[in-house]
Design a protein around this ligand. Structure first.
Ligand SMILES: NC(=O)c1ccc[n+]([C@@H]2O[C@H](COP(=O)([O-])OP(=O)(O)OC[C@H]3O[C@@H](n4cnc5c(N)ncnc54)[C@H](O)[C@@H]3O)[C@@H](O)[C@H]2O)c1
Length: 315
């Protein structure tokens, strides 16, 4: 298969790129390297992937890259995903996540792609709800501008199906973690805390540590993307997670359990909860199981141990 991966130099995108190349697909990557790293593509470039450094807000540039790649399937990961930045500058957030997504949809269609796999968020899209775990039938009511722009992008994907005949499948992830997530980034509490374990610094917990999320290992997210690309009739949106939510304090326990001799257990410092952050997010993943045949294979303990190990090895 020929694939185009936007945001392919990022954490999740680069893991998908590697999986596609490993099964023999031809891969082109689009990324502006704003948060992604070219080092994430080292193996991929050596294996023949083509890299286009560009901003998805530039419609002509995306179309030119997509026409060169002639992808059958586009995997769309490029996004502004900093929740705090989205609240400080919602127009910038929308320029990347909404207008950028429209540009990618139009480029996919213009270059003859059959399907686009869209990346959304189960963590941010539902907002505060009493329905736990939350199925896809609960109406989106995002609190952050990031969740709002992701909902809008989902709607444009559905529009591209109606207006352009482009198949789209939206996957709404839980909190993804694993190798290559930036320990110095804004998101990715497991990467940040694992980084602190190795540096001997202490992590800051915003709130009292009881906030719960569905932490999902990146290999499982890769598997869901491959299933969505192969699905005979596009469905969704699908929640993609483990179906189990864990508290921040439970995370810290899992990270401490992965400590090597000589690495001191984390002693978190507590600070006020942050604006736009939910107290609990728990995803009902039965639709993805029933329709995509997806179930997460990696539990928190195993995934955290693999993440800490990869960070220690510098991989
Ligand atoms: N990490 C999570 O927990 C999580 C959860 C739900 C959804 N998501 C979604 O998954 C996708 C990938 O996230 P990630 O965790 O790998 O983050 P990431 O920051 O590592 O990846 C995003 C990539 O997009 C690129 N990018 C950003 N703006 C761009 C632009 N204007 N033009 C071209 N490229 C641009 C960045 O350089 C980066 O490589 C995003 O769409 C994000 O919203 C992530």
């Amino acid at each position: 298969m020929r694939a185009l991966v936007t945001g392919g130099a990022g954490f999740i995108g680069s893991n998908v790129v590697d999986a596609l190349l490993a099964r023999g697909d031809e891969v082109a990557v689009v990324d502006d390297l704003s948060t992604g790293r070219i080092e994430n593509l080292e193996g991929a470039l050596a294996a023949g992937a083509i890299f286009h450094q560009l901003d998805i807000r530039d419609a002509d540039a995306v179309t030119t890259a997509s026409e060169a790649a002639r992808p059958e399937v586009v995997f769309h990961f490029a996004a502004q995903m900093d929740v705090r930045r989205s609240l400080a500058d919602p127009a910038f957030d929308a320029s990347v996540n909404v207008v950028g997504t429209i540009n990618v949809l139009e480029a996919a269609h213009a270059s003859g792609a059959r399907r686009l796999i869209n990346t959304s968020t189960g963590g941010a899209i539902y907002g505060e709800t009493d329905v736990m775990p939350t199925p896809e039938t609960v109406a989106a009511a995002p609190v952050s501008a990031y969740g709002q722009s992701k909902q809008c992008a989902e709607l444009y994907c559905a529009w591209a199906g109606r207006a352009r005949g482009l198949e789209t499948v939206t996957l709404r992830y839980g909190n993804v973690y694993g190798p290559r997530q930036d320990p110095g980034g804004e998101a990715g509490v497991i990467a940040i805390f694992a980084g602190r374990l190795l540096s001997g610094e202490q992590p800051t917990v915003y709130g009292d540590g009881s906030a719960r999320r569905d932490y999902t290992f990146v290999d499982d997210i890769v598997a869901a993307n491959l299933l969505a690309a192969a699905q005979s009739m596009p469905g969704g949106p699908y929640n993609v997670g483990t179906g189990i939510d864990s508290s921040v304090l439970e995370l810290i326990e899992a990270i401490d359990a992965a400590a090597a001799p000589g690495e001191a257990p984390l002693k978190p410092e507590f600070a006020a909860a942050r604006e736009g952050e939910l107290q609990r997010s728990s995803l009902d993943v039965s639709l993805a199981r029933d329709e995509l045949g997806f179930s997460a294979a990696t539990d928190l303990k195993k995934g955290v141990a693999a993440t800490v190990e990869a960070l220690r090895d510098g991989s």
